[in-house]
Design a protein around this ligand. Sequence first.
Ligand SMILES: [Fe+2]
Ligand SMILES: [Fe+2]
Length: 416
Amino acid sequence: MSTEVAVIAVDGGELPLGGGLLALVRPALDQLEPGGMLAVLSRCRGVREDLPAWCRAQRHEYLNVEETDNGLDRHLIARGRFSVPYPTAVDRRPIEPDDGRLTNADVFKAAPMPPHADPITGFAPRGARVEPGGPSYPFTLNERDRVAPPEVAVLYDQAVSSQWDATTDIPWSKVKSLPADLERALIQIMTFLAENELSALYLPSRFIAQIHPAYAEVAMFLATQLADEARHIDVFLKRARLCGRTLGISSVTTSRSLLSLLQTEDFTEAAFLLSVLGEGTFLDLLSFIERYAPDEATAELIRRARNDESRHVHFGLAHVRAGLTADPGLYGRLEAAVRRRAAALHGIDGVPAPLQDALTVLATGSTESRALAQGHEAFRELLETMHLNRVRRLGNAGFTPAQAELISDLHTPNFM
Ligand SMILES: [Fe+2]
Ligand SMILES: [Fe+2]
């Protein structure tokens, strides 16, 4: 008998190597650290030739074979150093569902996100043991602090349980027929919203393929955000088309503003411009439209869209806050991004006129002159509220009051 001590032994009986024995040998080797010993008991004579050859090919070390007293071959193998790495800590404790609910946040605790991710691990799920020698993937967002705020798993769970159906969850039968002026205003508002929602659908989608799968929850959250934006486009266009088949005006101001947003190359800058500033400002816009909604269906669809947007703003703020905590130099870069965009929008000095008029009419439900004065006042108040809330949000993210005022003032008059 060998003096070497086998850590694990498997009994292959009559099995030839290519006839089932490897299904015992490979998992057994996988339980061992590099250099660990495996004893393979066998009654199949062919294994004497096949097992050493297989070990050479797989870069394990075939040590010897001895015949035991009861006529079995006892092959001894040492696990090679070049195969899938041995796990440093194996945790077989099951995750307990809480009250029958298994949230992503629960699972997340079992496999926390690494601070840096290796492009070599490709699409391997976080926690998988990756066989060496695979190709490198072209992910560019490989740093946790630039990509993945700690609350992303919780936000993903919330997003999944908050999905709704634009076909059946809106009381469409409660849509009323409206005076022509108000109907035109509503079509214009819905056209504006849908156009901006389209940009909110396209911009995050540019970054998903750059996110390292070690931070998959971020890509998964963004997938829910894209589904939300698709539903918003759907619901706003449905509301507009209930008034007729023709939509409102798409203004050059909106078009230039959204192009400057779409051209943002950096993920964190995009999250800042789109979610913190743009969607943040839209929260107030949607509140305004809900307050003056001419019927229950319109109020409901705006309320639902606003709930979704507040989640997008929350994620954007979490993303930016995590980035700022890790790298205070980001403050200056985000301010510079806002300045660059303001420069690109040079010459645009106000809210798109068709939207401005439509919001004024919506706020009073009339084009009678005294009513319009009130509507105009409501619109001015909306702009002030948007500014105050932007400054407050920027303060929450850690900007100084002076920086927050400046950034809010430079934000696009298109709101997004
Ligand atoms: Fe949206
Ligand atoms: Fe959004």
